[in-house]
Design a protein around this ligand. Structure first.
Ligand SMILES: [Zn+2]
Length: 172
């Protein structure tokens, strides 16, 4: 049992499909893009291709999200330079998260269902927290008590410092 819920759980049927889907943030007809309008949490590191941000209202210090500097939607839309750099920047952020210690694995998630500005999540699975392996970590992240946003930002700033030693921040 790895779910963060007590049994018995019941499988439920999905609701009717909603087609066309409602616009996401940053899409025509949707709410403004939070990243482009400065509504998202301020970056702790950035260069000409990427910006790195702490979460708000989360439960895992060391969690960060990485966004493209350009307002583009998905992998297929990234400029060539960003697409080619993606593996390199993710590896650098992963290394930076491990410097915090107490990290079992670093998970990388890309959903894109909320906003239409390219971003991915990197979540540290706490060392030894085996029930949070695989797809269970986001569920646990949701139900664990939130830690203060200042603590999330402080941990992200430590990640940014380690990242900056490898890839110095630079203005666009
Ligand atoms: Zn945007």
């Amino acid at each position: 049992m790895t779910l963060p819920y007590e049994e018995p759980l019941a499988v439920r049927q999905p609701g009717p499909r909603v087609v066309p889907e409602p616009p996401r943030r940053g899409e025509p007809g949707g709410e403004p893009c939070g990243i482009c309008t400065g509504q998202a949490s301020a970056a702790v590191w950035s260069d000409d291709l990427w910006s790195l941000h702490p979460p708000v209202g989360g439960s895992l210090p060391g969690a960060v999200w990485l966004a493209s500097r350009d307002h583009v939607d998905s992998f297929r839309d990234l400029p060539d330079a960003a697409a080619k750099d993606f593996g390199s920047i993710i590896a650098a952020v992963e290394r930076a998260i491990y410097t915090l210690g107490d990290v079992g694995r670093v998970h990388l998630y890309r959903w894109g269902d909320g906003g239409a500005h390219f971003h991915v999540w990197l979540l540290p699975r706490p060392l030894g927290m085996l029930e949070a392996r695989n797809m269970m970590l986001p569920l646990w992240e949701d139900v664990l008590p939130s830690v203060p946003d200042e603590a999330l930002r402080s941990a992200a700033e430590q990640v940014a410092a380690a990242l900056g030693a490898e890839r110095p921040p630079r203005p666009r």
